[in-house]
Write a protein that binds this ligand. Structure first.
Ligand code: LRH
Ligand code: MN
Length: 424
């Protein structure tokens, strides 16, 4: 299903007056509105190819219908999101869930939808049909050299797919670990993983990045071989400049101070990118900003401060990706809400009066410092984010237009009720 500029134009026309009033008020409250809007227009968030269908848990999966049946239909769905918010200009593929059969055709289809290919994701956490060796006891850590060799070869194959598609980064998340004390020799597991990562690192083209994603638990429930930022940091530090850490917001132990981790990794030039989502208990993969919008703001506050301290390009110098799983929401509506929440947190972080905050910090004026931060967080920036969409040819209210065009009903009409997308 395609959303044409005429659909967007008539939608915006209906909402324009109300938007202009809100925008005029917001702009009157905020200085430097133009610079902020340009930054919002430039900011693109990659959509995970594995989160375009209904997710589930071991207790059940409630399919919503009209799910993409192929990589082509996944690209169309991300193209649809991008047409609605002009902020989803990239797709992140997961191999083997999305193996491109015809690179040329896939690249031109993506180009038709103004999409580029962001980080490629390898998968050594599931056994594929006909696979020689099982990853039951891990992949890069495995005591068996044959298993490690197989996992290394898979990652190098994923890099090859990415080179053909114009991607410039590989994300490695390892389920590797143990579920019972005594099961694993931690030192050997670390050494095996490091040596395996070194072989993968050596296969990276010069302009590529390797993102090592950490996770505190699941599917192993006693130890994870890349369990936290410190372990990921120790690997990527040893690997070299092309290796950096990837922060998935749902991969932390309860009450972890993620914004402090982000600040440190950024200062150490070892922050590669993000998997945005939200969670209350574990790796819940819920809509970004749905439960902890203040934490998302505090993370962007550290990002803006740390990136400006290093003169980094906000839009280009880090990997901005969503990683979510939709158990009850329409996957595309959920993704539209996540992008909106991320853009709002970024816009609020751009509002923070950095000079005044620095002065308050230098004077240990704790109350003033909180006032400055919360003034930005409590500023309604939705009209700014909407204005950025309006100026870039997208919809003032993406979810409302998605619904008024009955997109899901149309997709079900095209694809049927029982279709199931590859992924989680
Ligand atoms: C692991 C993870 C990883 C992906 C997978 C789909 O929990 O966050 O980023 O490979 O989800
Ligand atoms: Mn992730």
């Amino acid at each position: 299903m395609l959303i044409g500029s005429n659909n967007i134009a008539s939608h915006n026309e209906d909402l324009l007056k109300k938007h202009q009033n809100k925008f005029a008020f917001t702009a009157s409250e905020i200085g430097d509105t133009e610079a902020i809007i340009q930054k919002l227009i430039d900011f693109q968030i990659a959509i995970p190819s594995w989160a375009l269908g209904t997710g589930g848990t071991r207790f059940g999966r409630f399919a919503g219908g009209g799910e993409p049946r192929s990589i082509e239909e996944k690209i169309e769905d991300v193209g649809l999101l991008h047409a609605l918010n002009n902020a989803s200009g990239a797709i992140s593929l997961h191999i083997p869930w999305d193996i491109p059969q015809d690179y040329k055709a896939i690249k031109s289809l993506a180009a038709q939808h103004n999409l580029r290919f962001d980080a490629m994701n390898s998968n050594t956490f599931q056994d594929q049909a006909g696979q020689d060796n099982s990853y039951k006891f891990g992949s890069l850590q495995n005591v068996s050299k044959a298993v490690r060799k197989q996992a290394i070869a898979h990652n190098i194959e994923v890099i090859q797919h990415g080179i053909e598609l114009g991607s410039e980064s590989l994300t490695i998340w390892l389920a590797d670990g143990s579920s019972f004390p005594g099961q694993l020799n931690f030192r050997k597991a670390y050494q095996n993983t490091l040596e395996s990562l070194e072989e993968i690192y050596d296969a990276l083209p010069s302009n590529w990045k390797l993102f090592l994603e950490y996770k505190c638990a699941e599917p192993n429930f006693y130890s994870t071989t890349v369990a936290d930022w410190g372990q990921s940091y120790s690997y990527v530090k040893k690997l070299g400049d092309k290796a950096q850490t990837l922060v998935d917001l749902g991969h932390h132990l309860p009450n972890a101070n993620i914004e402090q981790i982000v600040s440190l990794l950024l200062m150490e030039e070892k922050l590669g990118g993000f998997h945005f989502n939200d969670s209350k208990y574990g790796d819940d993969d819920l809509t970004a900003g749905a439960l902890k919008p203040y934490q998302l703001f505090l993370i962007f506050n550290e990002l803006v401060e740390g990136m400006d301290a290093r003169g980094m390009n906000h839009a280009k110098d880090l990997g901005w990706m969503i990683d979510a799983s939709h158990n009850i929401k329409d996957p595309l509506e959920d993704l539209l809400q996540s992008v909106e929440a991320i853009m709002i947190a970024y816009a609020q972080a751009l509002l923070v009066d950095r000079k005044a905050l620095e002065t308050a910090q230098e004077e240990n004026d704790v109350v003033k410092a909180q006032e400055i931060l919360q003034d930005a967080f409590r500023t309604d920036v939705r009209a700014l984010v909407a204005e950025a969409r309006l100026r870039s040819g997208a919809a003032l209210n993406p979810v409302e237009l998605y619904r008024s065009l009955a997109v899901r009903k149309n997709l079900i009409g095209e694809r049927g009720l029982k279709t199931m997308a590859t992924g989680l």
